[in-house]
Design a protein around this ligand. Structure first.
Ligand SMILES: *Cc1c(COP(=O)(O)O)cnc(C)c1O
Length: 393
């Protein structure tokens, strides 16, 4: 039989990948082509909120695949209606537009805010975003992102995204002009290394946007769908944003994202927004199954409890090993390292034998943890024990 990696060069090179092919997964464990098992604390980048191979997702996919895959986004379909109802009923938003990726949902949010600015604010179109923020890899969402170096990569940028500093209201206020239409942020900056916006800062942003007649947009692509212990992270601050985007966890591993908005903001006209796969029943059926699991009695309380358990374990490990502490919200956490050994630790964890461990270092001086929301305390203990071995080595 041909080696599974023989076709490696047929893929366009975009990043370094280790020489292994993952072939199956169950819960918090994933298996490669040689049968080696890995404890997965990456989960497709916080995507597989129910872990690998969750029966509710498999059942939804299988049933829907046999029923109807795509009638075209120009027609209604039952799962997208059901999921839209489920999301609006559990949030402060009134309407939903479904897309396939987080970047696409954020593009929609940017377009909606600009359209609203054209209609209601004399063409104001600037959206204040934040240094180190991450909103996706399309041209507009890269421009909205504050990732160092991205301002010149693929220049010229899409204009209209002045950058403020997270948790610094003065830096936001200084950027507001008559061209400003919205402020957009992640409640917890994920790619920046799990940096939370404070409750007070989120409340002040709601206040300043209300006072100045601006929209508040929360990018909950990483923090939404139970990741922080609430269904949506902005609930921790008790605020009602105007627009929210969801991705990653909403599909539990399949390509699904959503743009949600309050009624007063929904101003798209026919032809303004669309897309071939938007709201297709195969993906939205999975979204319904995911939402059912997340909102079952006690599920989010368990996420909170396990988040506290992971936090306490990381903190204790940090103290024993003389590291820089931990931070985060729910089951999105980071361990701060005293030096830039993050990538080496990720590598050593994956190569660990006989069983490996999948971790992620979005910045070299920290590790990020985004396990399945269904992770067990035993699996958290196992990860901590292996990580401590690796740190000691
Ligand atoms: C991952 C992510 C995105 C981009 O989502 P894609 O599905 O990769 O396009 C946008 N915003 C945040 C906060 C993210 O974490």
């Amino acid at each position: 039989m041909e080696h599974p990696l023989a076709a490696q060069d047929a893929l366009m090179w975009i990043t370094h990948r280790p020489d292994l092919v993952f072939t199956s997964g169950q819960g918090s464990w994933i298996t490669d082509h040689q049968g080696k098992r890995y404890l997965d604390f990456v989960q497709g980048w916080a995507v597989n909120c129910l872990g690998h191979g969750h029966p509710a997702i498999v059942a939804a996919l299988t049933a829907q695949a046999g029923q109807l895959i795509n009638p075209s986004p120009a027609f209604y379909n039952a799962p997208s209606l059901q999921l839209a109802r489920g999301l609006t009923a559990r949030s402060c938003f009134d309407r939903v537009f479904f897309a396939s990726t987080g970047a696409e949902a954020n593009e929609g949010a940017i377009k909606l805010a600009r359209k609203w600015g054209q209609k209601h604010k004399g063409g104001a179109h600037e959206i204040i975003t934040f240094a180190d923020g991450f909103h996706g890899r399309t041209l507009a969402t890269m421009s909205a992102s504050g990732k160092p170096g991205w301002d010149t990569l693929f220049a010229p940028q899409v204009p209209g995204f002045p950058k403020a500093q997270l948790n610094d209201l003065d830096s936001v206020a200084a950027l507001i002009t008559d061209q400003t239409v919205a402020i957009m942020l992640e409640p917890v900056q994920g790619e920046a290394g799990v940096v939370p916006a404070s409750v007070e800062f989120l409340q002040l942003l709601r206040q300043i946007t209300d006072d100045r007649g601006l929209l508040l947009i929360v990018d909950e692509v990483q923090t939404g769908m139970g990741r922080t212990g609430k269904l949506f992270a902005h609930e921790h601050a008790g605020i009602t944003p105007d627009i929210m985007t969801l991705g990653k966890g909403i599909g539990g591993g399949v390509p699904l994202s959503a743009l949600l908005a309050r009624e007063s903001v929904c101003c798209f006209e026919a032809g303004d927004q669309g897309g071939t796969y938007n709201g297709n029943p195969l993906m939205t059926a999975v979204g319904c199954a995911v939402l059912d699991v997340l909102t079952a009695p006690g599920f989010l309380e368990e996420v909170t409890a396990k988040g506290e358990y992971l936090a306490a374990g990381l903190q204790a490990l940090s103290e024993r090993q003389g590291l820089g502490g931990e931070r985060g919200s729910g089951l999105l956490r980071a361990l701060l390292l005293p030096d830039e050994r993050g990538p080496a630790l990720v590598e050593a964890a994956r190569q660990r034998a006989p069983q490996g461990l999948l971790l992620n270092a979005p910045r070299p001086h920290l590790l990020r943890f985004m396990p399945a929301l269904t992770v067990s305390r035993e699996e958290i203990d196992q990860m901590l024990a292996w990580l401590e071995e690796l740190l000691a080595a």
